[in-house]
Design a protein around this ligand. Structure first.
Ligand code: 5GP
Length: 208
């Protein structure tokens, strides 16, 4: 067996893996994802569509594609969204074409979506591609409240609503493959990196 064909026995970089990262809003998903992506090759971020207003510091086309409700409805009708959710009154959705483009480029994709979206993907899958589900959470809801308050992008009522959603989301843990605790940023980045590296070393086979 040549060395090339041995390497071909594992998924490898660009094996068409979707890493779905979920967790309560304010758990620091973005920072952990950014950190892991910076230090690993062959990963692209799936930029979701949303009707939520842009927060200061966010960039259109990088953090989200910010669109109107009418535009969102059109994407839905066209079947462009592989999953979508209404989160605290705003719409969020993942574009099929974007994921297909990443896989066509020979890269893996990272999705930052909510638990409901992960459940939809679990049910429907991503056709021939592997999906790995990672739950990222702080070790307690008190810590999450502290983080949301410190972030200063939501008022008190919005923080309460996000904490209620978070408490519900934590119950979905059994749907996931991995749990990363996000108490220390460096360690969380290391853990997410380790998951990605391990999944790329996985042997392709029937169990995929
Ligand atoms: P935020 O408003 O804080 O950016 O996001 C609110 C929640 O929506 C977060 O839990 C985030 O992961 C989730 N979210 C962002 N994009 C998508 C998406 O395309 N689909 C789903 N299901 N959730 C998303």
């Amino acid at each position: 067996m040549s060395s090339e064909s041995i390497a071909g026995q594992r998924r490898g970089v660009g094996g068409g893996i979707a890493f779905v990262v979920c967790g309560p809003s304010g758990a620091g998903k973005n920072s952990v994802i950014e950190g892991a992506m910076r230090s690993l090759p062959g990963l692209s971020f799936s930029v979701s569509y949303t009707t939520r207003p842009r927060r200061s510091g966010e960039v259109d086309g990088v953090d989200y594609h910010y669109i109107s409700r009418q535009q969102f409805d059109r994407l839905l009708t066209q079947g462009e969204l592989i999953e979508h959710v209404t989160y605290l009154g705003d719409q969020y959705g993942t574009a099929r074409s974007q994921i297909e483009e990443v896989f066509a480029r020979g890269e893996d994709v990272v999705l930052n979506i909510d638990v409901e979206g992960a459940r939809t993907l679990r049910k429907q899958g991503l056709h021939d591609f592997a999906v790995v589900y990672v739950f990222l959470a702080p070790s307690s809801l008190d810590l999450l409240e502290e983080r949301l308050s410190a972030r200063g992008t939501e008022d008190e009522e919005q923080i309460r609503a996000r904490l209620e959603v978070a408490a519900r989301e934590m119950k979905a843990l059994p749907v996931f493959d991995y749990l990363v605790l996000n108490d220390k940023l460096d360690r969380s980045i290391d853990e997410l990196r380790a998951i990605i590296v391990a999944e790329r070393c996985r042997i392709c086979g029937e169990h995929d």
